[in-house]
Design a binder for this molecule. Structure first.
Ligand code: ATP
Length: 140
């Protein structure tokens, strides 16, 4: 089985979407192996989203991601990375509402920044992101 990192972003947590999102996760056959609530600081977000450091939206992204606590989870199932990315839908929640109306971002996201959830996009980023939040994670 495969593991991936899922994150409910500050808008998802403060908007009370946590229980609904977890219900979708469990009904979709994922196991939640680990979970923790954390308040990220600027340094943590800058490291987590380092690939976006040169983008115009970077400072806004840092502000958004530090605006409140996030819920971090390790999910496991066959093909977990692609399946979770499919469930959350496209980055821009406005587009998701049109093209993927049943996706999580369509349900609880707002726009291309406040999109409520995150999912690792590859095996390499899943490994990096899981060890970023959970030091004890195994690599198998
Ligand atoms: P994530 O990495 O959070 O799962 P993603 O892979 O769908 O999202 P990325 O392109 O990696 O999208 O962007 C990372 C995050 O940066 C997005 O989830 C969103 O919060 C923010 N972001 C992306 N594009 C924009 C944009 N054009 N304007 C503002 N914020 C953006």
């Amino acid at each position: 089985k495969e593991k991936t990192l899922a994150l409910i972003k500050p808008d998802g947590v403060s908007g009370n979407y946590t229980d609904g999102i977890k219900r979708v996760i469990l009904e979709s056959g994922f196991s939640i192996l680990m979970e923790t609530i954390v308040q990220l600081d600027e340094d943590k977000v800058a490291t987590f989203y380092a690939e976006h450091s040169s983008r115009t939206f970077f400072s806004s992204l840092i502000k958004y991601m530090t605006s409140g606590p996030v819920l971090v989870m390790v999910l496991e199932k066959e093909n977990a990375i692609a399946h979770w990315r499919g469930l959350i839908g496209p980055t821009d929640a406005r587009k998701a509402k049109i093209t993927h109306p049943h996706s999580i971002r369509a349900m609880c996201g707002l726009d291309s920044e406040q999109n409520c959830v995150h999912g690792s996009d590859s095996a390499l980023s899943a490994q990096r992101e899981m060890s970023f939040f959970f030091k004890e994670i195994s690599s198998d």
